[in-house]
Design a protein around this ligand. Structure first.
Ligand code: MN
Ligand code: MN
Length: 311
């Protein structure tokens, strides 16, 4: 008989160090395979297979997949996740945001970068990269978030790149990707007395060559449990609810992770707002770049988990 013993730890830093090392390995493997005209769904497969393989020995919710990878092209900012039959390609002139998370012991390392083949987009990438670097340098306990945001928008301004105003960073809690705090890339959104406290944060910035506000558009393919104390008389609703609660708890998932026979029931749970949908986010004009790192701040130190040789 074979016993698989999964290592458990309630140590936040330790869990995120493991998760971030896996994140770095996954993107290294992916970057070696990126070439013009690769299908987005093939990128998903490389990320998911490598994640599952490297997370096997650890305690995870959904095999280490912190959330389904977002592969958002050009004027799409976030939340585009291809289905199995999606034929979309990453083409030579495209700007692709790759945003994925690794989850260990309920802690998600959330990190994103932007990939191009055509160097004409380089300035956009440099602007957002420097903005995130500056955000990481300036984050710390007792720092006012509003002022922190102001410094970021100045960096983007200096490159003539616009911050996306209704998307940005966030805090990360146990088994919760978005902990409820919003870290914008522009001043005037967060009240002036709100400060950073000890915790885990995703420093995440979107810069645009065109419009500065995203809107939802197109078919949804990302879901997350909204209410984890649900009771219903409908047997099919309860069956799917229990599957979701068991397999994903409160982390995001996609329809591909669930048997097709539950498609209608999944729609029902969305209508009942038991499950929340996260459709793709777009701007009308321009290209968007994104970078993101997961950072922990305490009174002792600052750890930038996802930082690697690549970004
Ligand atoms: Mn992310
Ligand atoms: Mn994030």
């Amino acid at each position: 008989m074979i016993y698989i013993i999964k290592k458990m730890s309630d140590n936040i830093t330790e869990s995120l160090l493991i998760a971030s090392n896996i994140h770095k390995e996954v993107r290294k493997k992916l970057n070696n395979n990126l070439k013009p005209n690769i299908k987005l769904i093939d990128i998903v497969k490389i990320i998911e297979e490598t994640t599952i393989n490297l997370s096997k020995q650890y305690n995870t919710i959904n095999k280490g997949i912190g959330f389904p990878v977002s592969l958002s092209l050009n004027n799409c900012a976030a939340h585009y996740h291809p289905s199995n039959d999606d034929q979309t390609l990453f083409k030579y002139n495209d700007v692709l945001k790759i945003d994925f998370g690794i989850e260990i012991n309920g802690w998600i390392c959330d990190s994103a970068y932007t990939v191009i083949f055509n160097e004409k987009h380089r300035k956009l990438l440099l602007a957002v990269y420097e903005a995130v670097e500056t955000g990481i340098q300036n984050i710390g306990i007792d720092v006012r978030i509003n002022e922190w945001s102001g410094i970021i928008s100045e960096i983007l301004d200096s490159y003539e790149i616009k911050p996306i105003i209704n998307l940005g960073g966030h805090n990360i809690l146990h088994e919760k990707l978005h902990g409820g705090m919003f870290l914008p890339a522009i001043k005037g959104i967060v009240a002036s007395d709100v400060i950073f406290k000890e915790g885990v944060y995703a420093v995440e910035i979107f810069g645009s060559t065109g419009d500065d506000k995203v809107f939802t558009f197109g078919d949804n393919n990302l879901y997350m449990l909204n209410n984890n104390k649900y009771q219903d008389e409908s047997e099919s609703n309860m069956e799917l609810y229990n599957i979701i609660n068991t397999n994903f708890k409160t982390i995001p998932f996609t329809s591909r992770y669930i048997d097709n026979k539950y498609n209608n029931t999944l729609d029902n749970l969305c209508k009942l707002q038991i499950v929340k949908e996260y459709p793709p986010l777009f701007i009308n004009n321009g290209n968007i770049a994104q970078y993101e790192h997961t950072v922990q701040i305490s009174d002792k130190n600052k750890i930038i988990f996802s930082k690697g040789d690549d970004y």
